[in-house]
Ligand binder design. Structure first.
Ligand code: ADP
Ligand code: ADP
Length: 228
């Protein structure tokens, strides 16, 4: 089966003020190992789609499947990385990662070694005992990436993880993420409003239009363009 399937999904947010249609009849398929970007203007439903895939939100209409199973609640098989790093400021980098694992019930001897390998691989080996505030923005996002990967999710959801970074740091992190995920055969969905970022990172781009969010176009990104 596809790693991710979104079948006929519509979503309406309801609150005290009224009902807001966010997504209308979304159909998506992401193959295992594929890197897909979702682009579109603010408010077109990008984050809503990630919330549905992660199980943080249930669709009003339609169905979402991850690795062949209907999504009923969040699972460690799906990792989520956000614009802000959400590192605990009073915990070291390594503690932040192991705390994340503990919250998922995954802490153990085995995972301790894996965490240290990941920190080394992300260039954070010397900063295990540092506190988040002592690191640059790019390094903190790398720590957040380690925390997400430590649970060994098959699927990664990335919600504008670069937007708070300066241009050079951003390019480095984009490159690191693609290399790291491809080497491990991970499936990824990136949400961004930056077309050049989507072209640089993805195998395929899905363009959404707003009010309510609908798929406007899908583009396959040819290999030579991506690596240029
Ligand atoms: P994007 O990530 O593309 O900016 P979102 O998925 O965050 O879009 O939002 C899609 C639409 O749903 C927007 O119009 C937004 O205002 C609305 N929306 C998002 N969350 C809520 C909520 N909790 N209650 C009501 N409306 C919401
Ligand atoms: P920036 O956001 O400053 O561009 P990067 O994450 O690209 O940062 O880091 C660039 C390099 O600067 C890092 O690989 C690291 O060696 C060094 N660096 C950044 N912050 C610190 C720090 N607090 N202490 C020591 N070295 C640092």
């Amino acid at each position: 089966p596809a790693a991710i399937e979104v079948n006929g999904v519509s979503h309406v947010y309801v609150n005290g003020q009224g009902a807001y249609p966010a997504l209308a009849d979304i159909n998506l398929r992401v193959a295992a190992g594929e890197f897909v970007s979702i682009i579109g203007p603010s408010g077109c439903g990008k984050t809503t789609i990630l919330s549905l895939i992660s199980g943080l939100l249930s669709p009003a209409v339609g169905e979402v499947r991850v690795l062949g199973e209907p999504v009923l609640r969040p699972t460690p098989k799906v990792g989520y990385m956000l614009q802000q790093d959400y590192l605990f400021p009073w915990r070291t980098i390594e503690e932040n990662v192991t705390l994340g694992l503990e919250l998922l019930g995954l802490q153990g001897e085995q995972s301790g070694r894996y965490v240290r390998e990941l920190l080394d691989e992300m260039g954070l080996g010397a900063f295990r005992q540092a506190f988040p505030q002592q690191l640059s923005g790019g390094m903190r996002q790398r720590a957040a990436l380690v925390r997400t990967l430590a649970a060994q999710p098959g699927i990664l959801l990335l919600d504008e993880p670069f937007s708070a970074l300066d241009y050079q740091t951003r390019l480095q992190l984009e490159d690191l993420i693609v290399t790291t995920l491809k080497a491990r055969g991970k499936t990824a969905v990136l949400v961004t409003h930056d077309i050049s970022e989507a072209i640089a990172m993805s195998d395929r781009i899905i363009v959404l239009q707003p009010r309510p969010g609908r798929v406007l176009a899908e583009v396959i990104v040819p290999e030579p363009i991506r690596t240029a």
